[in-house]
Design a protein. Sequence first.
Length: 347
Amino acid sequence: MTTTVLAAGDHFVLPRLLREELRAAVPDDTALDVREIRLPWPHTPFGPVAEVDEASGTEDQLIEALAGARICLTQLAPLTERVLKACPDLELFCVSRGGPVNADLEAATRHGVAVCYAPGRNATATAEHTLALILAAARGIGAVHTDLTRGVWRGDYYDYDNCGIEIDGSVVGLVGFGAIGSRVARVLAAMGAKVLVHDPYVAPEAVAGVAESVPLDELLSRSRIVSLHARVTEETRGMLGAAEIAAMPPGSVLVNCARGALVDYEAVCDALDSGHLAGAGFDVFPAEPVPAGARLLATPGVVLTPHIAGASREVAHRAARIVAAEAARHLRGEPLAHCANPRVLGR
């Protein structure tokens, strides 16, 4: 029997990557009818679609493309109650992201559709981007680049008060020691940094040999550089406000490639303006795109990138490979490795 699969890619995780990785994951004699559609992200920003968030495309587009399909491989297609009702043949919806926020898990479970995701797909890319922002913020690279492109030669950066800091010998605090934070920690340790970690979900012995596990207040008071790698929860939302930033040593650097909701950016701007923070590097923001006229855009000492830490060609291939492997498991009748709604499997 031929299985119909929809490869609902976009301009990052391309439809052909999903198709090629699926073909590589199943035996050559597996009968597949792989359809392809391309969603408009990132040329058109993702956003809410019905009851789900961070989705691309429309319900109507997906309903039409999913007609008769048992499996959908995607990054951002919206899996909503309406889509599920209109697509009774669907069995498996694979989201090639670290979390399936564009899928209504409760509705999928009611309709008997398993939803999979791709944990760790962008861990290497995000860790490398974090290190780039740490180095850029610690050495003032963003500011001097801008000055130089405007014809200003900033030789005064050799003034002692303007000089940046080195990683070697610095205390660097990482809030979070998951797939990304642990990679950042290993590289920083290799560069000669003393690495502190705060992660209540990781046992102290798990960081042994790479970092020292400490409470958050101790991490902030000791670290010359602080980098965030935590998820947004009720406990972590707004975890770095004015008081926490004030607890950092004068002349410190703050970097966030995790989620904008972790930080009070107004407090960051205050600390940069006062000189308490020497620099900051951000890839994530409370509102994205950053609104024109936002204070952060005009505050000196900040290096900004537009939420691209996870953007590498390797990530696109890896994301497609992870969800294709899940589809292959489903076709073979094997347990899924990364199911977000295991109740649908009777677990």
